[in-house]
Design a protein around this ligand. Structure first.
Ligand code: FES
Length: 504
């Protein structure tokens, strides 16, 4: 018995030309992680999502559910051939380059801005003297191997401690900084300042702060103020004295990324009533104008990124990204013009919208049988239910924000849609299924990666950084779950039968 537990087996990953010694009894998923392979594990290894499928000695298994008991061979475990399409562009305004005192010893200083999202990490590299954008680099967040959403990652940390998640993201950002400096034809020691944005969970995991208060009500971050660390404390191999500055958090899951979005969109100067919605793994929203603004976060869940959808995937080659009706027939488009292998968030919205129109899905979300695009790619009842939960969360958030600010939805003049998903979705479908109010359809302005843009402004200008701090302090945080009638509004929004829905 004793011997069995201390035994090690050879696990070979022929596609990566890698062999790893794994302790007997570890799961295949854990062996992949330990070997540095960054597998996808959206449900955090709970055996529920089916996305960690690999071939173990030729047999298909769920990597998170099978333990290693002998030498073996694992195939089909990435890195995925096709890079996900990551959104780097977005709302940007020009500000004077005034980053504060820069070291004289560094001749060509670089400023870096990092938007640390739950799914993707984007870094911008700017010339420290002219402010010019040198290059942009992005990766998928390697923490996804510990779960698709922040809740799963927090519960992983509560069970196993924060080290693994913190280490993996710091190393990934460090590598990204090196890659960006190289792409700009510079050396990484020339990076003299890094400004970071991300939701509160990403913030805490990066800084290795305890996440217990984020995992349980009242979901409060441990630290709200901006945080300054030294590069060496973060394990970054850049100019050794470089400060790493985190923008401030606001409250709950509304973090430095929302502060960055609000800075990019200048909520403190906007005259007209503006709603900003950033739908990612979480849904963050801000409503207001220069007279005041309220922010909230909804558990939109990772449905829009494909995590809980049977054939869900990110928006990369092979994903059905657009579904439409042509003479009453359901047609679709696939990214990369290839055979479809799954469906991404924008395709999911379109598909449900079309199937509602054809009557395949009823107003209460019921479907008699799955809808098949091909033999392998389909939409099933559970997928529709997941989408209903996510859309109800966002729609209820918008309603309660309006109530809090004492306005009607029709009073909102502009709806800024931030984030990759917001950029690719078809407003007709989003409004048609009731994810966003139909009244605002013509007022939607996609603004791309607003969080990245805000981080970029804060890196370029000290004044803009302070402005983000002021805005975060002034924002009124609304904890949806604590609102008395949240549940009623949420349940009500679950139906597709709202009067605004799927009329047009
Ligand atoms: S089923 Fe294995 S990670 Fe979800």
């Amino acid at each position: 018995m004793e011997q069995k537990h201390t035994a090690f087996y050879q696990v070979s990953f022929p596609e990566q030309r890698l062999t790893w010694k794994a302790q007997a009894g570890t799961t295949v998923l854990q062996a992949q992680i330990d070997a540095g392979l960054v597998p996808d594990a959206p449900c955090g290894g709970r055996g529920k999502c089916g996305k960690c499928r690999v071939l173990l000695d030729g047999k298909e298994v769920l990597a998170c559910q099978v333990r290693i008991e002998k030498d073996c061979e694992v195939r089909g475990c990435g890195p995925k051939k096709n890079q996900a399409h990551i959104l780097n562009e977005g709302l940007f305004r020009k500000v004077p380059c005034a980053p504060g005192k820069l070291p004289e010893s560094v001749k060509r200083p670089i400023l870096a801005a990092v938007d640390l999202g739950s799914t993707t990490v984007v870094a911008y590299f700017l010339d420290g003297r002219s402010g010019e954008l040198l290059c942009t680099r992005s990766i998928l967040n390697p923490q996804r191997q510990y779960g698709a959403d922040v809740v799963m990652r927090c519960s992983y940390v509560l069970e196993h401690g924060p080290e693994a998640l913190s280490r993996c993201i710091r190393e990934a950002v460090d590598a990204l900084l090196e890659e960006g400096a190289r792409a700009a034809g510079r050396s990484r020691e020339e990076i003299v300042k890094v400004v970071m944005a991300g939701n509160t969970c990403m913030h805490h995991l990066f800084l290795e702060l305890p996440v217990d208060t984020l995992a349980r009500a009242p979901y409060e971050p441990k630290v709200k103020d901006a945080v300054a660390r030294k590069a060496s404390q973060c394990g970054f191999h850049i100019w050794k004295e470089a400060p790493v500055l985190w923008l401030p958090n606001i409250g709950g899951f509304v973090g430095a990324d929302t502060a960055a979005c609000m800075l990019a969109a200048e909520f403190d100067q906007r005259e007209e009533l503006t709603l900003m919605v950033d739908i990612g793994t979480n849904g963050e929203m801000a409503l207001g104008n220069r007279e005041g603004y309220t922010v909230c976060s909804t558990a939109a869940g990772p449905a829009f990124e494909g995590a809980k959808i049977a054939c869900g995937m990110r928006g990369s080659d092979g994903a059905i990204d657009h579904v439409y009706l042509e003479e009453g027939e359901v047609k679709y488009h696939v990214i990369g013009e290839t055979k479809p292998v799954g469906i991404c968030g924008s395709g999911l919205l379109d598909a449900v919208f079309c199937l509602l129109k054809t009557g395949w899905i009823t107003e209460d979300g019921y479907m008699k049988e799955p809808w098949r695009f091909t033999q392998e790619v389909f939409l099933c009842q559970k997928d529709v239910r997941e989408l209903q939960l996510a859309k109800a969360a966002v729609a209820a958030g918008v309603q309660l924000l309006c109530r809090k600010r004492g306005c009607r939805i029709s009073d909102i003049r502009t709806l800024l849609l931030a984030g990759a998903f917001g950029n690719y979705l078809d407003p007709r479908s989003a409004c048609g299924i009731g994810l966003l109010p139909e009244t605002l359809r013509s007022r939607i302005v996609p603004v791309g990666n607003a969080a990245g843009m805000g981080a970029r402004l804060a890196a370029l200008s000290q004044e803009e950084f302070c402005r983000a701090e002021r805005m975060a302090k002034q924002a009124d945080f609304l904890e949806l779950a604590a609102e008395r009638d949240f549940m009623d509004v949420y349940v009500d929004e679950m139906s597709f039968a709202k009067e605004d829905c799927y009329g047009g």
